[in-house]
Design a protein around this ligand. Structure first.
Ligand code: SAM
Length: 312
């Protein structure tokens, strides 16, 4: 399933998240991640999070790498001045602010740090990172947090190594799997994602699983979506944030979170209600079948959020 140890995969990897931290893809990913965690925390029972591609946990927004790309200007920096943001965005902004000095935005918390900040004493996080320097930084970040286990290893392999062989659906504790690969070699990454998620859901059938994916040219995503539809989950929700038309294979036009077994949000309607709510003023919602527009006109020039769901 995974790249064999010692084949130099980690060394060949060019991707460093520091160049991209806080961009529009991170915004979507982390808004959804926190909304899912909040849904898990509606119950007192402990939950478990597996973050298969964790990164280093904290990034400098004005550092050399982020400064070179300026990507956060299309992401977190677009939201900081928002007056009366919808509750899920406000919650996300509070989580980012918690990692920064008052009235300044210099650091951006990555997915494992956001999880750890949200977790209660009874919850647990396993965070995997393959790139040695990133893994070292992550270990240092959580050195004194006994709730967090950092694994310097392949996140796909971790599914087999860290998850129990088989929970029965009724006995399995609440769990969230986050799968956030760099997609450097896209043709190889998609099958690995699907295989690992299938195995994870076979082992932990009730878990909610969120997979981040890039949106470049829309039609190239269809085979991936079809594979996701075939996974053993109750329902599938796609939440996307687009910053430009999805017709160029060369640019990151937006991104999505494919959520299998989305947790109930407690809003009383659909499992995905949280995502349109997150972008209420800047979203366009589509029905599952035809992607026909359902409500919420797009404000010209602002990012858009699409969603569709299967089942409930
Ligand atoms: C998009 S970044 C993760 C960002 C992080 N999830 C966040 O939201 O803050 C992807 C990370 O996965 C790491 N990586 C790549 N392939 C991996 C693998 N097979 N297993 C574990 N980590 C991997 C990269 O080094 C990189 O740090």
């Amino acid at each position: 399933m995974a790249a064999p140890a010692g084949d130099g995969y980690a060394a060949r990897m060019n991707y460093r998240h520091a160049f991209h931290a806080g961009n529009h893809a991170d915004v979507l990913k982390h808004v959804v991640q926190l909304a899912m965690l909040d849904a898990l925390m509606r119950k007192d029972a402990p939950f478990f999070v597996l973050d298969t591609h964790a990164g280093r946990g904290r990034y400098l927004l004005h550092g050399k790498q982020a400064g070179r790309t300026g990507e956060a200007s299309t992401g977190i920096f677009q939201l900081t001045g928002a007056r009366k943001p919808p509750p899920v965005i406000a919650r996300y902004l509070r989580a980012v602010a918690a990692d920064n000095p008052v009235d300044a935005l210099v650091a951006y918390p990555g997915s494992p740090l956001l999880t750890a900040q949200a977790m209660r004493p009874q919850d647990r996080l396993a965070a995997c990172e393959l790139q040695p320097e990133e893994a070292e930084a992550l270990k240092a970040l959580f050195d004194h947090d006994p709730r967090v286990a950092v694994h310097a290893r392949d996140g796909y392999d971790a599914v087999r190594a860290l998850l129990p062989r088989a929970w029965t659906a009724s006995a399995s504790p609440a769990a969230q799997f986050l799968v956030d690969p760099p997609y450097e070699a896209q043709d190889e990454e998609y099958p690995r994602v699907v295989r690992a998620v299938r195995e994870a859901l076979e082992r932990w059938p009730q878990a909610s699983c969120a997979i981040w994916y890039p949106v470049k040219q829309r039609r190239s995503l269809q085979p991936f979506f079809r594979k996701l539809e075939g996974l053993p989950a109750r329902s599938l929700l796609l939440a996307e944030l687009l910053v430009r038309p999805d017709d160029s294979p060369l640019r990151l036009n937006g991104s999505g979170m494919a959520i299998l077994n989305p947790p109930q949000t407690g809003r009383g309607d659909r499992p995905g209600a949280v995502v349109p709510a997150a972008h209420a003023r800047r979203s366009r919602c589509f029905d599952p079948a035809g992607m026909a527009e359902a409500r919420n006109p797009v404000e010209r020039g602002l990012p858009r959020c699409f969603w569709r769901s299967r089942g409930s």
